[in-house]
Ligand binder design. Structure first.
Ligand SMILES: *[C@@H]1O[C@H](CO)[C@@H](O)[C@H](O)[C@H]1NC(C)=O
Length: 120
């Protein structure tokens, strides 16, 4: 009986660890590559926010992601949202100016959604 309990416990811990590893591996956000000029970021921002299904409300004045009020920050938010909604790898490209990251770019009240992580 003791042995059964122990192996149950060990399996539980093992599968918990496996789940965690899977969960982390599956979390991807889309962010601009470093060094992309503001003009290109602005074009990405306009493109993403121009889509009716991309809600850019959070980067409007008063929104949770308005600060910092920079093109880079607003573009990163919009590009990620566009990618999460459209969902294919090719949607995180923006003419070669974006890439995936498994580091959550969220800060403070500003949440970067992640469809695969179940937050969208
Ligand atoms: C994009 O991310 C992938 C996976 O982390 C990496 O292998 C690749 O080199 C990155 N591409 C660029 C252009 O940074």
């Amino acid at each position: 009986m003791k042995g059964v309990c122990l192996s149950l416990f060990v399996s539980l811990v093992f599968f918990q660890a496996l789940n965690l590893a899977n969960g982390q591996a599956r979390l991807f956000w889309c962010v601009p590559l470093p060094g992309v000029p503001d003009a290109q970021l602005q074009a990405n921002l306009d493109y993403a926010c121009g889509r009716p299904d991309v809600d850019c409300g959070p980067i409007q004045p008063g929104g949770a992601c308005y600060e910092p009020n920079t093109v880079a920050s607003h573009a990163a938010f919009a590009m990620n949202l566009y990618y999460q909604i459209h969902g294919t790898r090719a949607d995180c490209d923006f003419s070669g100016t974006a890439n995936f990251t498994n580091t959550d770019p969220s800060y403070g009240a500003c949440k970067y959604v992640n469809a695969i992580g179940g937050k969208l």
